[in-house]
Design a protein around this ligand. Structure first.
Ligand code: GCU
Length: 420
């Protein structure tokens, strides 16, 4: 016990000793890998040429950062376990869908909370994303059941890593269901820990442990999936469940996420091309922020604090981001030609707002290949101003959070790209 406490203290100390830069003038020069140059050094100028290059980027991003999802995973069918015809004061139909992620009698499964606009004339576009603190925290309706599984300590109202009634509605600013539904969109969310609890041992009782050949004794190879890959695979299963609902237009489902779940949304969006639009809110390091740019959180720091998020091989770059074969601009470019929106917050220096913007800017030439506009210029726009074509961006005043002000931009962006 004492040894464990000492070890924890040492880890905490070493984490805080990791150098961090938050001064723009102190960002050293860095070089990004060329997005549009093929293996023979020739410039790629066609959509066909990009298709091959995208495959290369995807393999690199998978093998060096998030890790590969095992092939041939099996699971049972999704079931609607509850339907409330008059939710949100009569504006919505609420459903809870149980989405199994594994096969067998007691599967790892996700409780997907769905709000559908009530008087829609036909199948509607939808947003889906994972939440941090449980569906009961995202919702304001008090009859949404408390999430029973593991809760992060940071979740308000969590006691001993479990939800309590005090948590109800505490994440509702991040999930303005009523506003989204009023705008004509369905919205669906699930607790990320339904898939895997967010700590280094969480995989043992979550999806990764359930399907690993050695179960909880499995030793991950360097390129095998980390938690972000597991969460994003879970998002694709949420997509499957939504796509089965006749009220939802499966060709217009956007994936959204904040922070670590923004990293997850991007990876889900590029792994699964069925997502029609991707929103990464303040996704930071390991998300939209450039890793080779020394500002805010670093690869070393994220791998030290959260060793379970990425694949083992990502740690090879702890002290050598210059050797990382890709960077976040390649990650963002892999969404193309689908629309992607990157949201930053001014006070969220940890996530490196400029690095988040620059990945979208450097991904823009790929959009240009498709005849689409990306971001307009290399310099970030003024605060609270949304810019861009198929790559959208804003930097909101305020702190690290997903708020109604962010959603207003995301809904406008979705209106431009998903409305018929
Ligand atoms: C930490 C972490 C970030 C992450 C954030 C979050 O700050 O360092 O990488 O995005 O948590 O998920 O809120």
């Amino acid at each position: 016990m004492l040894a464990a406490v000492c070890l924890a203290a040492v880890t905490a100390m070493s984490k805080d000793a990791i150098p961090i830069n938050e001064v723009e003038a102190n960002v050293p020069p860095y070089t990004l890998p060329e997005l549009l140059v093929d293996a023979k050094g020739r410039r790629i100028t066609t959509v066909g040429g990009w298709a091959g290059k995208r495959k290369e980027w995807m393999s690199l991003i998978e093998a060096h950062e998030y890790g590969a999802v095992p092939a041939g995973l099996h699971r049972g069918p999704a079931t609607v376990v509850e339907m409330k015809p008059d939710a949100l004061g009569g504006k919505a139909v609420r459903k809870r869908i149980r989405v199994p992620l594994t096969a067998g009698p007691d599967p790892v499964s996700v409780d997907l909370l769905v709000y559908l606009p009530k008087d829609a004339k036909g199948p509607v576009p939808a947003f889906v994303g994972l939440n941090f603190a449980g569906n009961h925290a995202a919702a304001t309706e008090t009859d949404v059941p408390l999430t029973r599984g593991w809760m992060p300590k940071s979740a308000k109202g969590a006691v001993d890593n479990r939800a309590t009634d005090a948590a109800r509605g505490t994440e509702s600013e991040a999930w303005p269901f009523e506003k989204i539904v009023e705008r004509g969109y369905a919205v669906a969310t699930a607790h990320y820990a339904d898939i895997e609890a967010d700590h280094p041992e969480g995989w043992k009782t979550g999806l990764r442990g359930a399907v690993a050949p050695g179960g909880a004794n499995h030793v991950f190879a360097p390129g095998e999936w980390g938690a972000i890959s597991a969460w994003s695979w879970g998002l694709s299963r949420c997509f499957d469940a939504l796509a089965e609902d006749a009220a939802v237009d499966a060709s217009r489902i956007a994936v959204i996420g904040h922070s670590r779940l923004g990293k997850t949304a991007i990876w889900a969006g590029i792994r699964d091309p069925r997502f029609a639009l991707v929103v990464a809110n303040q996704s930071g390091e390991g998300g939209a922020a450039l890793s080779k740019r020394f500002f805010g959180e670093t690869v070393l720091r994220i791998n030290t604090s959260f060793p379970h998020w990425f694949c083992g091989r990502f740690k090879d770059y702890n002290h050598a981001t210059d050797k990382l074969p890709h960077d976040a601009h390649a990650v963002i470019a892999c969404v193309a030609p689908r629309p992607v929106y990157i949201g930053s917050a001014e006070e969220d220096r940890w996530a490196d707002p400029k690095g988040e913007y620059l990945s979208g800017w450097h991904a823009s030439p790929v959009y240009a290949l498709f005849g689409l506009k990306g971001l307009p210029q290399e310099a970030q726009p003024p605060v609270n101003t949304s810019v861009g074509g198929h790559v959208g961006y804003h930097i909101r005043t305020g702190k690290h959070d997903l708020t109604g002000r962010d959603w207003a931009h995301y809904l406008d962006f979705a209106d431009r790209h998903l409305r018929r």
